[in-house]
Every structure is written in structure tokens, then in C-alpha cells.
Design a protein around this ligand. Structure first.
Ligand code: ZN
Length: 131
């Protein structure tokens, strides 16, 4: 019982890719501001930043993007992988369809509304220590 059509899946995939691009864009813009500040301080002391240092900086840069946006980016990457699979759009807890309405709002959703709600309740309850 698969209610998602190929067209819906393609739309969701496009949506996820747009989200990923927007997130990378935002992450870069945010990092560039930070790097400019730290670079200005640093450049006064070391005027010659060689290729090696620049390369190292780029690696740091990518790591920093991954770190700051790690969870959200990973969710999107995972969803983009899952979208190729036959079980995409199926709740990982109960096996029911997540539903196109929910997926359109949250393409990264892995649970149906009911299971997500139960999980959040469980979490909220578990977070309060019982004495
Ligand atoms: Zn479910």
C-alpha cells in the first residue's frame, strides 16, 4: 500500500535538494562573516597565508558547516537516500504511510504523526526524573 506516486516523490526530492542548497548557502554566509573577523585579527600577525594554510582553512570551513548544521544536514541527506528506497514514506515505528500531507511539510519525517506524537510524549516524560 504505497500511496506516494513517482511524481510526488520527485517533488519531495526537489524540495529536499532546495532545502539542502539553502542550508549550505546560509551556513556559508554565516561562516564567511565569522572567518572574515578572525582572519582580520590573524592577518595582522601573519601577512602571507600560503596555499597550504588556505587549504587547511577550507577543510576547517567544511567541517564547521557540517558541525553547525550537522543534524539538519544529515536528516536531509538521509531523506535523499531513503527517497530512492521502496520504504520511503513508511513510518519506521508502525509501518503505516506517513502521508503526503506530512511529508510535504516535513520531507525528512521518518514517523507518522501518531508515532511521532507518542515518541515526543515518551521523551518529555523520560526527561523528568521521578523521585
Ligand atoms: Zn507510525
Amino acid at each position: 500500500m504505497k500511496t506516494l506516486t513517482a511524481k510526488m516523490v520527485r517533488q519531495l526530492e526537489a524540495q529536499l535538494k532546495t532545502q539542502r542548497a539553502a542550508m549550505l548557502e546560509a551556513a556559508r554566509a554565516e561562516l564567511v562573516r565569522g572567518e572574515e573577523q578572525s582572519y582580520a585579527t590573524y592577518a595582522g600577525e601573519v601577512p602571507d597565508v600560503g596555499d597550504q594554510a588556505a587549504a587547511a582553512l577550507m577543510v576547517d570551513f567544511d567541517n564547521e558547516i557540517a558541525r553547525r548544521h550537522g543534524v539538519a544536514m544529515r536528516n536531509i541527506e538521509d531523506a535523499l537516500k531513503r527517497i530512492k528506497e521502496p520504504y520511503f514514506g513508511v513510518c519506521i515505528d508502525c509501518g503505516d504511510d506517513i502521508g503526503i500531507e506530512r511529508l510535504t511539510v516535513f520531507p525528512t519525517a521518518i514517523r507518522c504523526v501518531t508515532c511521532q506524537g507518542m515518541r515526543e510524549k515518551t521523551y518529555a516524560h523520560g526527561a523528568i526524573p521521578t523521585l
